[in-house]
Write a protein that binds this ligand. Sequence first.
Ligand code: GLN
Length: 398
Amino acid sequence: MQSLSKRTASFTDSVIRRMTRVSNQYGAVNLSQGFPDFDPPRAILDRLAEVSREDFHQYSVTWGAQNLREALAAKQSHYMGFPIDPDGEITITCGSTEAMMAAMMTVANPGDRVVVFSPFYENYGADTILCGAETIYVPLSPPDFRFDPEVLEDAFRQRPKALILCNPANPCGRVFTRVELEIIAALAEKYDAYVITDEVYEHIVYAPHRHVYFAALPGMRQRTISCSSLSKTYSITGWRLGYTIAPPEITDRIKKVHDFLTVGAAAPLQEAVIPGLNFGQDYYGALLAEYTHKRNLFLRGLDALGLPHSTPEGAYYVLLDISEFGYDSDLRFCEDLAEKVGVGAVPGSSFFREPVNHLIRFHFAKKDETLLDALNRLESLRAKIPAKGKGAERICRI
Ligand code: GLN
């Protein structure tokens, strides 16, 4: 037999998805893969029930149903602060995962360089490999997860084709300030690079932080492919609905890439989500209030247990410092945590380019009772996994 593709030979299975399987195996409370265990909004579910009896069972327009694109354009124009053309500037994709892949394939040639901040969401590495591109990693260093502008400029001096910007950031919870984004914008301009954003947590930004859409910065719209998703905003991660927003000449190409990748997102689900896109600001306010409550509940619980952690500015992830347990492998720690304590987490090493082994990631997009169950189980952490390290020297509080 001939060998399989060299390009994919280095792939491991997704550690995030793997930890969900490990959690299920041990009946652990799964705080690893980030998805809610509460229901999507009623209006969306009611529409879903109706849609099954309507005529939405065949392909939709490949780049997204007209009425969905119109509803999305209206909503995003409002939040992003500039008019978006539903016909020329939007492509509906199978989740933000496909949006990012389509964006990368639209921009990058084999051998091109792409800047990625580390820690990063694991798909970006795979996206780069699938495009045959090379990654230049720029650290967001704990404890505050900020980048060094000099190091970033060094990366741009290598003439990257694009920078990937996850904001709010998974897993570190950073919400980049306008000043930080302006530094990135100036470098993108100076070195003529595209910026591909992943803004799936755009509505989960905790006060006093504010989300600034990169494409809304002066001069950036023309070089930005904004990728996002309906998964987190409407608690429908399994529906796989995402999108890109980009200028017409870029969107024209994304539409073709998307067409050959997937033909289109599920037609009935595109139709069913539309009531959500028509929600007013009260919906987004309530979503944020709910996540703020969950964040506070979970972080207070970790504080009460004396477990050092990051404080997310946005998104729904928290990094826990496990130095005191003295493990050489954070993956092994997460396996023990699921088996012995009954809580699922993702090893931090799967997000970092650097040899970081002392952090694990929990998410808190769960019902209060689920979070309280997890905290309750974590009370026995030190009894079941005795401390043998030097103590949490590198507390990742931000
Ligand atoms: N973005 C989520 C996470 O980081 C879910 C990832 C996935 O499995 N698609 O956990």
